[in-house]
Design a protein around this ligand. Structure first.
Ligand code: MIC
Ligand code: SF4
Length: 644
């Protein structure tokens, strides 16, 4: 039987389980490489230290620094010093602040077809653009992988996205992924890997492919991948890495679980409307909406060709007086190239504001729009409040739509601008790896720096025989990790300090949550569908664990958050009868008298609602034996240490 690209790579890395098994069964794969960034990295490396391995066991591990770069206090700089010394000591490469956004730099300098990559960031699948199986996970999973441990995942359904035709002028890769989000929604990809194929693939460059695999994360997918072909070879050659090229194609008779067809020539410019990436409409239907801010950049749209397109559109023109246009190039490579060839001068002359090569406004690190603003962003997420302004309305668009709208002051279909700029991929990118530091040759001589912002990781006790507590909060569908554990310039610097950051759990929904949780000595959270979608931040599990949350009971969960809850000993339970969701209210006192026994017997767990005449509910759990063990131990760190 023929194999997909996905299954070729997975089977070459399989260490446990059976790929032919039922979708949903657990497999474990060997991880060749890891990636961390500075907002998830401090915890990941503290956990790596706690595991106690003297040197990373991966082929390559890289610590990127791109999120926490605002330095409004000492915290960011202290964390960076910690990360730099840890990297030097344990055999990890260190990409300095200023070198660029992790996924962009990773694609340029480290992406390699056929290998596996685990990253403590949900957009790690960007590297699928060069044919890697690249998966986002919590920091603890990445720490375990750095220690040589396998990565556990459920057997994914492999979806073939058959691309035919060619993108028309002014239509871009961003519009391809927005079309998929329009069709499938933010939970349409849960448990799936999207593999791209068909004639249409040949017309897409690696950076264009990476836009699509990057934002596959918004579908809730495990990852997305393109084959490795001529275009991959050209890209790697231009990056001076031709030796990293290996061709990778699906067999002619490869079997897929599902097939989706997209005719590229039928697409038009799209936008995701506030406040979800799947609220997609044609830009032509949104014209005339006045725009206050345009932000170009992020790991989705900040490549050399993206920035050259922007420069081509802005050249000789001026940004509309009512619009603030901010631009962050994705990497120092991109930055230096546009500086060298004059495109940066065209951008500056238009009135754009230039930011450093970092995540910046994408994660609310500066550039919060004015109240009630309309902000057009080339980013991947437009969750409410993520920009730093609660009532701002964020539209996600391509660089073409963003630049066109910055000039006119209203949402503008770029097709109205006439001839599209023609951007050629460079035959040679500008290569300077001097901001990527190699690990120390004398690791014993390196002392790890720990500033006052770095606090020890809280550890959960073993699971007790029964659980009792109040429902501390009841939330609806598609709750994101930005709701559970917000980011932004005030909170992001506290990522290394769980007691401090836990004060902000659920802040945008109910600012009293953390205080109430501590007062009640913990309790339960009730959620709807797709609970915990979005980022990989394990703080959305760690901080609730610190506050005493014992279980989250939801209709369904997003993949990474589900794994993070288990990793930190919080039970993710699923309504056996979804209508019970309506019966439970915030404040109800629940009791699970036999939870340990029920888990041991692998039976549904029974909860009693003491506030409602001891009404009973049954909850199921999609946990493997391995995961039940982790929960019983009080989390993966305890379980890993217990194994020795
Ligand atoms: C995000 O885009 O939400 C982040 C910030 O990159 C997160 C990681 C984090 O919260 O540190 C992600 O996507 O995983
Ligand atoms: Fe950074 Fe935004 Fe990409 Fe997350 S989505 S890695 S915050 S640029």
């Amino acid at each position: 039987m023929g194999m997909s690209v996905t299954n070729k790579i997975l089977s070459a890395h399989l260490v446990e389980g059976d790929l032919e098994g039922k979708a949903g069964n657990e497999i474990a794969i060997k991880i060749d490489r890891t990636l961390t960034q500075d907002a998830t990295g401090t915890m990941a490396y503290l956990q790596f230290e706690a595991i106690g391995t003297p040197k990373v066991k991966t082929d390559l591990s890289v610590s990127f620094n791109d999120h926490n770069t605002l330095q409004t206090g000492f915290e960011n700089a202290d964390d960076h010093r910690f990360l730099q010394t840890v990297a030097a000591k344990y055999g990890i490469f260190y990409s300095r602040v200023g070198n660029g956004i992790c996924h962009q730099v990773n694609l340029e300098r480290f992406g390699i077809p056929g290998k596996t990559l685990l990253g403590s960031d949900s957009h790690t699948p960007t590297a699928g653009g060069v044919g890697m199986i690249a998966i986002g996970a919590g920091g603890l999973d990445v720490a375990v992988a750095m220690g040589g441990g396998a990565f556990y995942m459920t057997v994914p359904k492999v979806v073939l996205v058959m691309l035919s035709g060619k993108l028309k002028d002014w239509v871009s890769a961003k519009d391809v992924i927005l079309e998929l989000l329009r069709r499938l929604t933010v939970k349409g990809g849960v448990g799936k890997i999207f593999e791209y194929g068909g004639e249409g693939v040949k017309g897409l460059t690696v950076p264009e492919r990476a836009v699509i695999t990057n934002m596959g994360a918004e579908l809730g997918a495990t990852t997305s991948i393109f084959p490795s072909d001529e275009k991959t070879m050209e890209f790697l050659k231009a990056e001076g890495r031709i030796n990293d090229y290996v061709p990778l194609a699906a067999d002619e008779d490869a079997i897929y679980d599902e097939v989706i067809n997209i005719d590229l020539s039928s697409l038009e410019p799209f936008a995701a409307k506030p406040h979800m990436p799947d609220q997609v409409a044609a830009v032509s239907e949104l014209q005339d909406i006045k725009v206050d801010q345009v932000a170009i950049g992020s790991c989705t749209n900040s490549s050399y060709s993206d920035l050259m397109t922007v420069a081509g559109i802005l050249k000789g023109k001026k940004v509309h007086p009512d619009v603030s246009l901010v631009i962050s190039p994705g990497s120092r490579q991109v930055f230096e190239m546009i500086a060298e060839n004059g495109a940066l001068a065209d951008i500056i002359a238009s009135g754009a504001r230039i930011l450093e090569s970092a995540c910046g406004p994408c994660i609310g690190m500066g550039q919060a729009p004015r109240s009630g603003a309309i902000s057009l962003r080339t980013f991947n997420r437009n969750f409410e409040g993520r920009s730093g302004t609660k009532d701002a309305k964020i539209y996600l668009v391509s660089v073409q739509t963003a630049a066109a709208s910055a000039l006119t002051g209203h949402i503008t279909d770029p097709r109205s601008l006439g001839k599209a700029p023609e951007i050629k991929m460079p035959e040679k990118f500008y290569i300077d790896d001097s901001m990527i530091l190699s690990p120390a040759t004398d690791p014993e001589g390196i002392e790890v720096y720990r500033g006052p912002n770095i606090k020890p990781i809280p550890i959960r006790q073993k699971l007790s025989e029964s659980l009792t507590g109040k429902v501390l909060i009841k939330v609806g569908d598609n709750i994101t990790t930005d709701h559970i554990m917000p980011a932004g310039s005030k909170i992001l610097p506290l990522r290394s300090n769980i007691p401090a950051i836990s004060k902000y759990v659920f802040e945008s929904i109910d600012p009293t949550f953390s205080e109430r949780a501590l007062k009640e000595k913990g309790g339960f959270v009730i959620g709807g569908e797709n609970y915990g979608q979005g980022s990989s931040r394990e703080h959305a599990a760690l901080a609730p664990m610190y506050l005493g949350i014992k279980a989250v009971i939801a209709k369904s969960f997003a993949r990474i958050h589900f794994a993070n809850l288990i990793n930190f000993g919080i039970l993710p339970l699923i309504f056996e009868n979804p209508s019970d969701y309506d019966r439970i209210r915030q404040g109800d006192k629940l009791q699970a008298p036999d939870i340990l026994k029920e888990l041991n017997d692998r039976k549904p767990v029974v909860f009693i609602n003491e506030t409602k005449d001891n009404e009973k509910y049954k909850f199921k759990y999609n946990l493997t034996d391995r995961q039940v063990k982790i929960i019983k131990e009080g989390g993966l760190l305890n379980a890993t240490k217990a194994r020795g």
